[in-house]
Design a protein around this ligand. Structure first.
Ligand SMILES: Nc1ncnc2c1ncn2[C@@H]1O[C@H](COP(=O)(O)OP(=O)(O)OP(=O)(O)O)[C@@H](O)[C@H]1O
Ligand SMILES: [Mg+2]
Length: 217
């Protein structure tokens, strides 16, 4: 049983895209998964689940104050394999709390020069919480030096980075508004392959166990 938090102080960095995609990947492996949505605006994980035609991923609204209780209840229920916390932009308090509750933090960043700089603030907070984390590049342009620049920048600061990344692809932004993930939209797409790779990597980095609740019965 693990808890992952997806945190980026800046808006539009693919937090919800990644939270929902990782949840669906875990469910496809047979895991029992809850997304705790600490974001109450449109476009959040809750909004995604309302548009989803299957209820395989539970999405629970969670106020900031309720987050620790939701996580501890989920942990002690013995019925969950994975809790994913989707956090809102621009809230230091929620980011801090989510980082404290999590076993592993994923920090997505779209490499556009300035964004890389702003993410270092998020990195600092997560380091304060003492939770293991790694940055994942998202919405990476297909051409240009952004990826290499970002990788070099993070390496210079000693910040752990996913080898896998998500390029800017239509399948990502087409999937979320209809309650799907890019994998479900087209399992053979490049977006799908990128999600598979990112999910394999987050499992490895976080030490997520392959032993599921359903296997233990
Ligand atoms: N790799 C990608 N390629 C193309 N579009 C993407 C990609 N990842 C996310 N998007 C799109 O970018 C927008 C922002 O993504 P998302 O909602 O996941 O970010 P967020 O960090 O959760 O934003 P917020 O801070 O508002 O909660 C959405 O329209 C989403 O569909
Ligand atoms: Mg979001």
């Amino acid at each position: 049983m693990q808890t992952w938090a997806i945190i980026a102080q800046k808006g539009g960095q693919s937090k919800t895209t990644i939270a929902t995609a990782f949840a669906v990947e875990a469910v496809r492996e047979g895991a029992s998964v809850v997304i705790l949505d600490a974001d109450d605006r449109q476009g959040s994980a809750l909004y995604w689940s309302e548009r989803r035609d299957v209820d395989d991923v539970m999405v629970k609204d969670s106020s900031v104050a309720g987050l620790p209780l939701h996580v501890s209840r989920g942990r002690s229920s013995g019925k969950l394999d994975l809790i994913i916390i989707d956090t809102p932009a621009n809230s230091k308090d929620i980011a801090m709390l989510a980082a404290e509750q999590a076993d592993f933090v994923v920090i997505p960043v779209a490499p556009r020069g300035l964004d890389v700089h702003s993410v270092l603030q998020t990195v600092k907070q997560v380091q304060q919480a003492g939770t293991p984390f790694a940055v994942i590049l998202t919405q990476v342009p297909h051409q240009g030096g952004e990826e290499a620049e970002a990788r070099a920048g993070f390496a210079a600061k000693g910040v752990a980075l996913f080898d896998s990344m998500l390029h800017f692809r239509k399948d990502f932004y087409k999937a979320t508004p209809i309650g799907k993930t890019a994998v479900e939209l087209d399992p053979n797409s490049k977006a799908s392959a990128e999600l598979h790779a990112a999910f394999a990597e987050v499992k490895r980095l976080s030490g997520y166990a392959n032993k599921l609740i359903s296997d233990m019965a």
